[in-house]
Structures are given as structure tokens and as C-alpha cells.
Design a protein around this ligand. Structure first.
Ligand code: SF4
Length: 275
């Protein structure tokens, strides 16, 4: 039987996100093993018997050409859907916000998503305009539904490193979110400010003394994200700094992969806005 990314993650890998394989999460490593044939034994924490059996199965599926990247996207979405399926739509407003609506005669959740509105049913998510969301956005939102804790944001902001079990992702956050923001907006924080306002951000500089940009986003009702930016001060010897801050409750609403997806999405929207 072929091993999918989710099979590997759920049944074979230790799920500790220790980073010893060179990847920040077990899920990221699993996807590289399945799609790029990275040796499974690069994870040194798998019991030898389990490792041998899984390697045999992987060799078979590599030969048969199973699990392409497209399959993997479908696999991650299916898993997220399965996890979310236990949530009754009627319970969702209390958990993740939004309101109940009807779509094609069936109950749906209407949820603000960035500057759009999306409609969610157990087996599909689409924009209110009727446009589809891409695979990864759907996966991200189904994951949010599956986790959706009840707590409202408390207003206590934390950097990624201060959230539990995220140390291994700090490097990715720097490489894929903070550094691109610095490279794009260094010397021109006004452009970041304008891009933020254009995609629905609220200026929070009054509450963040010294920051050149402090912008609050509400990509989803229970998930505020703050983007802060300090421009370079060459005379003082400081380089530019960009940071994303999350409400402390975010870990009740999103897994680490989804937090990373959301952060990269915000970075993309800010950079696209100034293209
Ligand atoms: S080495 Fe990689 S796959 Fe293995 S437990 Fe650590 S992060 Fe997970």
C-alpha cells in the first residue's frame, strides 16, 4: 500500500518537529520524502523495523510513480477536511466567528477572510463571489475549523519564537517572511504602510512607539496578526527589522504549518500590492 505524506507523518514519523533532518517540521520532511525521494533515514528517530518496512513501501511507490505533488496537495486537503468534518457548521460561529448562511439550500458558514467573504460547507469552501479558493487556502481554513478553539483574542502579542513548539520554524519565518519584507521595504516604510492599508490593515503606530510601521490585520475573525517594521538607521548602526506578532490564542486556532502559511500569505499580499 502506497504511503502518502499524511501516512508517513501520522504513522511513521515521531511528530516532534525536532529539526534534526534539516526540516523544521516532520510534515515538511514527509512531503520531501514522498515527492522528492529524500531518504527517510535522514530522520534518525524512527525505530529500525518501522524504517525498513516504510523504506520498502516507498521504493515500490517510487517505481510505480505514485504520489506526485498534485496528489500531495489533494492528500493534505483531504486530511484537513476529515479533521474538520467532526465540527457541526452550526457550532462554528461560536468557535471561529462568522455567521450562519445558506448555500444551495444547505447550511453554510459565512466567514470574513482578509478583505473577502467565504462560504464554508463540510465538503467545500468558496468565495462569496463564487470563485474557488486554491488547495492550500482550503487546507488552511479546514485546519482552522478542525482546531477552532473558543477563546477570543486576548490582546497579548507574541513573536513566533514565544509560541510553544515553534522554535524550529523561526528560521523559515526569517527566510520566507521577514527577510523578503526587509528587502522590499528597507528605506521605504511608507510603501509598506500604504500596502498594508490597501489590504485592510489598521494603523497601530500609536500603540507601538518607535515602529515605522505597525499594522493590524484580521485575516480571520479570531486570528489577528500584527506586522511591525523598523527601518534601517545606518548612522546608529541598526539594520531594518520586520516582525510578525500573533495573539497568544493563535495556537488554539491554527497548527504551526497553518501559521506559516498565513504569514507567507500576508507577506505576499503586502509585496504584491507594491509590484
Ligand atoms: S528528524 Fe525531522 S522528521 Fe524526524 S522527528 Fe525530527 S523533524 Fe521530525
Amino acid at each position: 500500500m502506497a504511503l502518502s505524506v499524511v501516512d508517513l507523518y501520522q504513522k511513521i514519523l515521531p511528530k516532534t518537529n525536532c529539526g534534526d533532518c534539516g526540516f523544521s517540521t516532520c510534515l515538511a520532511f514527509a512531503s520531501m520524502v514522498v515527492s522528492e525521494k529524500l531518504p527517510l533515514r535522514n530522520c534518525p528517530h524512527i525505530e529500525p523495523e518501522k524504517l525498513a518496512a516504510a523504506e520498502n513501501e516507498l521504493q515500490e511507490q517510487y517505481k510505480a510513480g505514485k504520489w506526485t505533488k498534485k496528489d500531495m496537495a489533494a492528500d493534505a486537503l483531504l486530511w484537513a477536511k476529515q479533521r474538520a468534518a467532526s465540527m457541526a457548521i452550526a457550532d462554528l460561529p461560536e468557535r471561529i466567528g462568522g455567521s450562519l448562511a445558506t448555500l444551495d439550500g444547505k447550511e453554510a458558514l459565512e466567514l470574513p477572510y482578509f478583505q473577502e467573504t467565504i462560504l464554508i460547507q463540510p465538503d467545500r469552501i468558496l468565495k462569496k463571489s463564487g470563485d474557488p479558493l486554491n488547495w492550500w487556502e482550503q487546507t488552511f481554513i479546514f485546519n482552522h475549523m478542525a482546531m477552532g478553539g473558543r477563546r477570543m483574542p486576548t490582546g497579548t502579542w507574541k513573536g513566533l519564537v514565544e509560541l510553544p513548539n515553534t522554535v524550529s520554524k523561526v528560521k523559515s519565518m526569517k527566510a520566507h517572511v521577514e527577510t523578503p519584507l526587509i528587502e522590499r521595504f528597507q528605506g521605504n516604510p511608507q510603501a509598506l504602510q500604504q500596502a498594508g492599508l490597501a489590504i485592510g490593515g489598521e494603523d497601530q503606530r500609536d500603540a507601538t512607539p518607535g515602529a515605522d510601521v505597525a499594522m493590524l490585520f484580521n485575516p480571520l475573525p479570531r486570528i489577528p496578526v500584527m506586522v511591525t517594521f523598523w527601518d534601517e538607521e545606518p548612522e546608529e548602526g541598526y539594520g531594518a527589522e520586520a516582525k510578525l506578532l500573533f495573539d497568544e490564542t493563535i495556537v488554539e486556532h491554527l497548527d504551526i504549518e497553518s501559521i506559516m502559511f498565513l504569514s507567507e500569505r500576508i507577506k505576499e499580499l503586502l509585496c504584491d500590492e507594491t509590484d
